[in-house]
Ligand binder design. Structure first.
Ligand SMILES: Cc1cn([C@H]2C[C@H](O)[C@@H](COP(=O)(O)OP(=O)(O)OP(=O)(O)O)O2)c(=O)[nH]c1=O
Length: 200
């Protein structure tokens, strides 16, 4: 039940992780995946990129399903991995996954995840992000190869999943675990409360 609110919640995402994490908040919601491109200017900061992409996903659903989403709150989210000034999204193929892990191994990087909320009845829009520092263990080339062959990296930013086999590659994190998995639920609950949706 969405306490103290009759508004529908719509998760603009095809990510099973996001659906699962939102389910953990015991909210009723629908899923309408968005189809957006993820091209952004090369000189944008990680903050700009991650906020823009979440907003783009939520906005795409707002306009694509214009008659279905009246009086709703649409939620979009995006996750990127940032190593120094390089931004990693999902790898295009096996070789790119190997290259990403080769760059990340033995080093620390940030995972940024944004949340965008659009209230379709008022047009009020908010977008925020959280970031978590992840320390990855040093990895041998053969370990990287066999991890990529597991298939897990294919649809994950930075080519790993902390919630899966990838957990064995991580030394420690500083910050919110859920930000790494793809949805900072604590941030989302704060944002939904600002829209009048009480979680607890
Ligand atoms: C770093 C990391 C990322 N990820 C995932 C979260 C996101 O689903 C994905 C990053 O890609 P995104 O483009 O953020 O999301 P998506 O394409 O999976 O879903 P949608 O755009 O429809 O919402 O990487 C993990 O599952 N575990 C991890 O440890």
């Amino acid at each position: 039940m969405n306490r103290e609110s009759t508004r529908r919640l719509i998760l603009a995402s095809a990510s099973p992780r996001r659906k699962e994490l939102m389910t953990s908040l015991q909210l009723e919601f629908e899923v309408l995946p968005s189809d957006t491109d993820e091209l952004v200017p090369e000189d944008w900061s990680p903050e700009q990129v991650v906020k823009e992409l979440a907003l783009r996903k939520a906005t795409a659903v707002q306009y694509h399903y214009i008659t279905e989403v009246t009086d709703s709150i649409i939620i979009g989210s995006d996750t990127i991995v940032v190593l120094d000034k390089r931004i990693f999204g999902k790898p295009r193929d096996h070789d790119e996954a190997v290259a990403m892990l080769d760059a990340l191994q033995g080093r620390s990087h940030y995972v940024y995840t944004s949340v965008a909320c659009i209230d379709t009845s008022t047009g009020v829009t908010r977008v925020e992000y959280r970031r978590t520092l992840v320390h990855m263990k040093p990895l041998t080339p053969s370990k990287i190869q066999s991890y990529v062959l597991s298939g897990e990296p294919a649809d994950k930013a930075g080519a790993y999943a902390i919630q899966g086999l990838g957990s064995t590659l991580i030394d420690k994190i500083e910050g919110c675990y859920f930000t790494v998995v793809g949805l900072p639920v604590s941030l989302l609950s704060d944002m939904l409360e600002q829209f009048g949706v009480q979680i607890i």
